[in-house]
Design a protein around this ligand. Structure first.
Ligand code: FAD
Length: 255
């Protein structure tokens, strides 16, 4: 597509489909380390009969124990939901602290997990010649799902940060994907700098829909760079801070 043609494209529309808010009690049916820093948990249960999940970056709340008589709520992405088998899969990035991570490490088949939502699904619609996906390990479930649900004609450039080579994943997608893995410990500023360096080299033509999800301050910097330095239209960017360094149960939304 010529640049002028791409620039003339209408901005994508985020279609919000609301869902009835429900709390569901599910049973763990499988627990595995997908990679050294990612636990995959499969859940099933009759409550999933009417579970809705229309968008790759949908999220649910999980309710997990947090000390004596206390419950914590955390956000997770339905990595996949298969209605025929009634199986919901969640992927948990393993980091040092936090009740959700602790729950995932210790979960075993037969345990139960209460979930709430998704409250709604934001579906990106419109003519999108090119996608740019940027994220860390917490964004891997949404990125993996976006790639696996893509069409053969879709084109993606993807940058993902993970601790090491052994944390890379493979995605079964018909789309054309140019994927760069950036390695480094999760809280290492060098890793953030390496990601920014990769982004500085990236070709971002008009008509690129950019999706970003990572730690809050890094996401803010990526978004600032895209809007102010690369003059990319805000209408073509969706950025979210999926967690905030040093704060429990924190996320950041950008307009
Ligand atoms: C819409 C949305 C979807 C998400 N989907 C997923 C998903 O599918 N899989 C997934 O793994 N995460 C996902 N997250 C991120 C997840 O909700 C947070 O990482 C959450 O804080 C983890 O809860 P916790 O109880 O383990 O830690 P918390 O109690 O929330 O935090 C304890 C400490 O750990 C730090 N911390 C939190 N998360 C991380 C991290 N990833 N790495 C390093 N330090 C961290 C905090 O800064 C805090 O200091 C999503 C977040 C959002 C907003």
């Amino acid at each position: 597509m010529q640049t002028e043609d791409a620039a003339a494209l209408s901005a994508p529309v985020m279609k919000l489909v609301r869902h009835e808010l429900k709390r569901r009690t599910l049973t763990v049916t499988a627990h595995q380390y997908l990679t050294p820093h990612m636990i995959r948990i499969t859940l099933s249960g009759d409550d999933l009969a009417d579970f809705p999940s229309l968008a790759p970056d949908d999220h649910i709340k999980i309710f997990v124990p947090a000390g004596e008589d206390a419950t914590a709520m955390r956000d997770y992405t339905p990595r996949s939901f298969t209605r025929e088998t009634g199986q919901l899969v969640l992927d948990f990035a393993v980091h040092e602290a936090g009740p959700a991570t602790r729950w995932a490490i210790n979960a075993r088949p037969g345990d139960t997990l209460d979930i709430g939502g998704p409250r709604g699904s934001r579906i990106v619609t419109g003519d999108i010649p090119h996608w740019l996906l940027i994220g860390d390990e917490t964004a891997l479930p949404a990125i993996g799902r976006r790639l696996e649900e893509a069409r053969e004609t879709d084109r993606f450039t993807v940058f993902i940060t993970v601790p090491g080579r052994e944390d890379e994943q493979t995605f079964n997608t018909p789309a054309s994907v140019d994927l760069t893995w950036v390695h480094g410990p999760v809280n290492d500023p060098d890793r953030d700098a390496l990601l920014m360096d990769s982004l500085f080299q990236a070709d971002i033509p008009p008509g690129t829909f950019i999706w970003v999800a990572a730690e809050g301050s890094l996401t803010r910097e990526i978004r600032r760079y895209l809007l102010e330095d690369r003059h990319h239209s805000n209408l073509w960017v969706k950025a979210s801070g999926y967690w905030v360094r040093g704060e429990a149960e924190a996320s950041v939304k950008f307009d």
